[in-house]
Design a protein around this ligand. Structure first.
Ligand SMILES: C[S@@+](CC[C@H](N)C(=O)[O-])C[C@H]1O[C@@H](n2cnc3c(N)ncnc32)[C@H](O)[C@@H]1O
Length: 282
């Protein structure tokens, strides 16, 4: 069977656009960083909002890259409607492999293809491609600059409407009030992805975590924060970096004071189907 896309591409893009805390935080960072002499790349431009922010902040030139045909058409219309069609050039293609013109260099890269722990989107690969193509260097400023991801042992109630449904849950603020998650440990930093660098595309870590409360360890709780600039941090918003619970295959009764040793591994952008949690010691 052909790997068809299951969802409309435009609805997430539209939700991102109207997520004001997220969008305005990016605008603040863009305004602070972008200077009149700068050439800016907005990769995964969606509605084009980040490219528009960069143009309005006075960038000399902005390139907006998008692989989805319909989304790209919408962004192009936005650039025209806002009289930025000369300043912003739309590029169509996959940021992981896109071939840029040899004479291009980006002073600033804005990239909001972000997900918690970078499990579900290809931002790491897209940035590696920019380094491979030498269109960025150590002077290029990346917005965001860094993503930190934290993990906690958790007990999650997977019963819903009288059924047991053990699936990955994104705990969006406005939907998660009834989702019961009991933290069984502190949150432990598991990764700091520096978006200004070339990164390994596989992630793996072994952790020894102290249990803080008695309970049934049946899931891991992942959460992320992004540093848009060196000292400007954004936590989760409605569409960015939502906490996620990932169910385990087994339920493990744990006691306060004990240690659990686990291995987490996944490929950035590979989705939750490729995330493995191995219990090494219980
Ligand atoms: C989370 S949305 C964000 C849109 C916009 N940057 C914003 O901040 O509102 C991510 C966008 O990146 C695009 N995208 C995802 N992967 C991509 C890739 N490999 N190459 C180009 N665009 C991509 C999606 O189609 C979508 O429009």
């Amino acid at each position: 069977m052909k790997d068809e896309k299951a969802f409309s591409s435009i609805d997430l893009v539209g939700q991102c656009l109207i997520d004001e805390p997220r969008s305005l935080a990016f605008e603040k960072a863009i305004k602070k960083i972008v200077k009149p002499e700068h050439t800016v790349l907005d990769a995964g431009t969606g509605s084009g909002i980040m490219a528009l922010f960069a143009a309005r902040s006075g960038a000399k030139k902005v390139y907006a890259l998008e692989f989805d045909k319909y989304v790209a058409k919408t962004a192009l219309a936005d650039f025209k409607d806002n009289n930025f069609k000369n300043k912003i050039t739309l590029l169509r293609g996959d940021a992981k492999i896109f071939t840029f013109s040899k004479d291009l260099y980006f002073d600033v890269v804005v990239m909001e293809m972000l997900t918690t722990g970078m499990v579900d989107e290809f931002q790491v690969q897209a940035i590696n491609n920019l380094h491979r193509q030498k269109v960025v260097n150590e002077n290029t400023i990346f917005i965001p600059k860094l993503q930190e991801t934290y993990l906690a042992l958790a007990e999650t109630r997977f019963n819903i409407y009288g059924f047991l449904i053990k699936m990955v849950k994104h705990l969006w603020n406005n939907l998660s009030q009834n989702q019961k998650v009991k933290m069984l440990s502190d949150r432990v930093l598991i990764s700091s992805v520096d978006f200004s660098k070339h990164n390994n595309e596989d992630f793996s870590v072994i952790l020894k975590i102290k249990v803080k409360r008695n309970g049934t360890f049946n899931s891991i709780y992942l959460s992320s924060v992004c540093f848009l600039t060196d000292n400007y941090k954004i936590k989760d918003t409605e569409t960015l970096n939502s906490p996620v619970v990932v169910p385990l295959e087994e339920d493990i009764n744990v006691k306060k004071g004990k240690y659990i040793k686990i291995k987490i591994s996944y490929k950035y952008g590979g989705g939750y189907e490729n995330l493995k949690v191995k219990i090494i010691l219980k």
